[in-house]
Design a protein. Structure first.
Length: 140
């Protein structure tokens, strides 16, 4: 544990870890004014001792869950790969689960810090009809 943190900063770290990483909410839960919570959270997230404590907590959680970043990335890759395959239930074939693929790839990008600076990408809308199942005739 970082020895230089005061009680409110330690509480901020615990609240941040407990709420899934919302720094502003963690600041409010730690006793900072809701009016200044955003700026206090920003300041705390730039504090080396707070960042060190957060990393220490994250590593403890990883040990307890036995879920390293590498394992999470492998799992997300398998979700993305499986999402590209049609879903077969009996004689009914459903199209691939492309929303699972997009979500898995977006999470991998977030974890790796990629995809933020891709200013040259052309925005586009893709629409898939996933409601109508395809029935495979017998024998083929």
């Amino acid at each position: 544990m970082a020895k230089g943190l005061n009680a409110r900063q330690r509480r901020f770290v615990k609240e941040f870890m407990a709420n899934g990483g919302n720094a502003t909410q963690a600041a409010i839960s730690s006793g900072y004014s809701s009016r200044s919570a955003y700026s206090q959270a920003d300041r705390l997230m730039r504090n080396d001792e707070v960042l060190s404590e957060l990393e220490e907590h994250r590593q403890e959680l990883e040990k307890g869950l036995d879920m390293t970043i590498e394992k999470r990335l492998r799992y997300l890759k398998s979700v993305a790969d499986k999402g590209l395959e049609p879903i077969v239930v009996g004689d009914t074939v459903r199209p691939p689960n492309l929303s699972a693929v997009v979500s898995a790839v977006a999470e991998m990008n977030r974890m790796l810090g990629t995809g933020r600076d891709e200013q040259e990408a052309t925005p586009m809308t893709v629409v898939f009809n996933v409601r109508d199942p395809v029935v495979v005739p017998e024998g083929g």
